[in-house]
Write a protein that binds this ligand. Structure first.
Ligand code: G3P
Ligand code: MG
Length: 372
């Protein structure tokens, strides 16, 4: 507290710096607030210094997540201050009238998020398993559980052959899959189907077939991942596999079955989330709007942010993203690595952050001292 209080913020002018905070490993460990997270965010709000929360996590709608975060951190957070892994999916208007499959998250939560974003026809791997139990023999014992939250599939295109009558136009992994086997099987079936028609095959027998036939990628569904994290900081004292772990497993299956890029059969995928540029562009736009709202200044006199401090626990996502992001407004993004999450104190982080500190409080104290 002393460090922050001595570093009185220059209040004569609107602060031209702001913060982007990662959540898991910086503010929370799973559902437990980290020490000093509340004090740090409260202090910034008392000084009207703008900040947003930028996470590769998700699984709930932003409105539900901010209510949960406000309660856990005991700080008022609104949706203008939160960017989750799947938040950018809400802007994908061209797919909202298509048949999409949403993968990951707890029970039906991610379908509810997709429908709240405006996606009209959303199916899940659980829906498909309940409709066709034989599609994945190893989750039969979970059928009674799946039946408590899944939905009937959309009406088949051709009632005479329902098994091959569901077309999937795009697959979105919204959050960490809970049943990797089922989800990998169904995604593989969809991506190797004939133009997304479940139950059909574009792969007859092995790689030669694909190579000979010049596997037609066009017209195939695209797979969108929302979070590249191979590891993340949960409640357990060692990092846990994240959505990036599921993607690596799926890529291994894809390569083994199709021969992968060696046979010209590239997995049609888009990977979003930190550290990728589009996610930081989306976050910067949110931060700029939030700063205007916070300072009640909506004209150009406010000027652009000079610097954004990206505070994270994962070098591969938070630090790489903060270091590499190229702001179209000329804003400098400065990465600060904390020792309360994935990064292990005393090891050499790669990539190297602008600064390594103990926790989120130290990060803000150091940043404010830079602004004197
Ligand atoms: O699933 C969440 C995990 O991948 C990391 O989240 O908040 O550290 O970006 P976060
Ligand atoms: Mg983190």
């Amino acid at each position: 507290r002393r460090a922050l209080q001595t570093a009185a913020v220059p209040t004569a002018r609107a602060p031209d710096f702001a913060f982007a905070f990662d959540i898991d490993g910086v503010l929370l460990r799973s559902s437990d607030p980290l020490p000093r997270a509340h004090e740090t965010l409260s202090y910034l709000q008392s000084q009207r210094i703008p900040f947003i929360l930028l996470t590769n996590g998700g699984g709930k709608h932003e409105s539900e997540r901010v209510a949960d975060l406000s309660s856990k951190l005991n700080v008022p957070i609104d949706t203008s201050m939160l960017v989750q892994s799947h938040t950018p999916f809400a802007d994908m208007e061209d797919l909202k009238n298509q048949n999409v499959m949403v993968v990951g998250g707890k029970e039906d939560d991610c379908r509810a998020v997709a429908e709240a974003y405006g996606f009209k026809t959303v199916v899940t791997p659980g829906d498909i398993l309940v409709a066709y139990p034989e599609i994945w023999p190893f989750s039969q014992q979970l059928l009674p559980y799946y039946k408590t939250f899944t939905r009937p599939l959309p009406a088949p295109i051709d009632p005479t052959s329902p098994l091959t009558s569901l077309r999937i136009d795009a697959v979105f992994v919204y959050n960490d899959p809970r049943d990797w086997g089922l989800d990998a099987q169904i995604i593989k079936d969809v991506l190797l189907s004939d133009r997304g028609i479940l139950g059909t095959r574009s792969l007859k027998n092995g790689n030669t077939e694909l190579a000979n036939r010049g596997y037609q990628q066009d017209g195939q569904p695209t797979l969108y991942f929302s979070n590249p994290d191979l590891l993340w900081a949960a409640k357990y004292h060692l990092p846990r596999l994240g959505q990036g772990g599921f993607r690596e497993a799926l890529e291994g299956i894809w390569s083994a079955i199709t021969g992968g890029e060696a046979y010209g059969v590239k997995l049609q995928k888009v990977i979003m989330g930190k550290p990728h540029q589009p996610t930081y562009e989306f976050a910067e736009r949110r931060l700029i709007l939030h700063r205007q709202f916070l300072l009640d200044r909506h004209d150009s006199s406010l000027g652009h942010l000079k610097r954004v401090y990206m505070v994270g626990d994962n070098p591969a996502s938070d630090i790489a993203g903060g270091n590499n992001y190229k702001s179209q407004y000329g804003t400098d993004w400065s990465s600060i690595l904390v020792q309360t999450g994935v990064y292990m104190k005393g090891t050499k982080p790669s990539p190297q952050p602008r600064k390594i500190v103990g926790d989120v409080w130290d990060a803000v104290a150091w940043a404010i001292a830079q602004e004197q």
